[in-house]
Each structure stands twice: as structure tokens, then as C-alpha cells.
Design a protein around this ligand. Sequence first.
Ligand code: AMP
Length: 113
Amino acid sequence: MPGETIFGKILKGEIPCDEVFSDDRCLVFRDLQPQAPVHLLVIPRKPIESLIAANREDSELLGHLLLVAAEVAQKEGLESWRTVINSGKDAGQTVFHLHLHVIGGRALTWPPG
Ligand code: AMP
């Protein structure tokens, strides 16, 4: 169940997080193992497992998450950043509650590993 992931527990307040932003649809907090000077996670309050499980009804929510990601990135002082959504195990997804990584504050290489 997606609601039973570590992010589900953070949303319920059962596990602490370093919160950056919150509204009625999402929560943004700092990644525990940052891969760059700024590494935020934007998660919906709705327990969607991944983009694989999202559907057209989630269109507005997904757009909201992207816009919040851009807002918090700029509030962190970033002019450039990368927004990443790992979808599925082989893509590196380890927590099965949809999340957008916002990574910046250093030069990022491409392609990713
Ligand atoms: P992914 O590999 O795309 O599923 O990303 C999961 C991310 O969640 C990783 O970057 C982890 O470092 C991060 N993470 C796991 N547990 C926590 C936690 N309790 N608080 C903040 N970040 C976490």
C-alpha cells in the first residue's frame, strides 16, 4: 500500500522531516541523503505509488507538483536545477510514494547513471 511507505508516515507526522513547504495537496522536505547542496523531495498528499500508477484524473495535481518544485527551487536560490521522477525499480525508485526530486546547487552531469 502506498500510504504505508516512509513518505506516508512522514505525511501522517509519524516520522519527522525537514519541511520546506506544505499546502493542501503536497509536502516538500529535504532529502535525508542529499546528492547536491540542494536536494528536495516534493510529494503529493494523495498516495500515488509512482507515475506508473498515476492517471488522467491526476493531471492537475501533477502540474501543481511541478510548479511547486519550481517555486521551492527558486526560493532556495537556484537559477538552474534538475527535477527527477524515478518511476519503477530499474529507474532507481526506492520509495513507492510518488516524489519529485529537486536537485541543484552544483553543476550536474548528463546523461545520468
Ligand atoms: P527514489 O530512489 O527516487 O525512490 O528516492 C527516494 C529518496 O528518498 C532517496 O533520495 C532517499 O535519500 C530519500 N529518503 C528516504 N527516506 C527519507 C526520509 N525519511 N527523509 C527524507 N528523505 C528520505
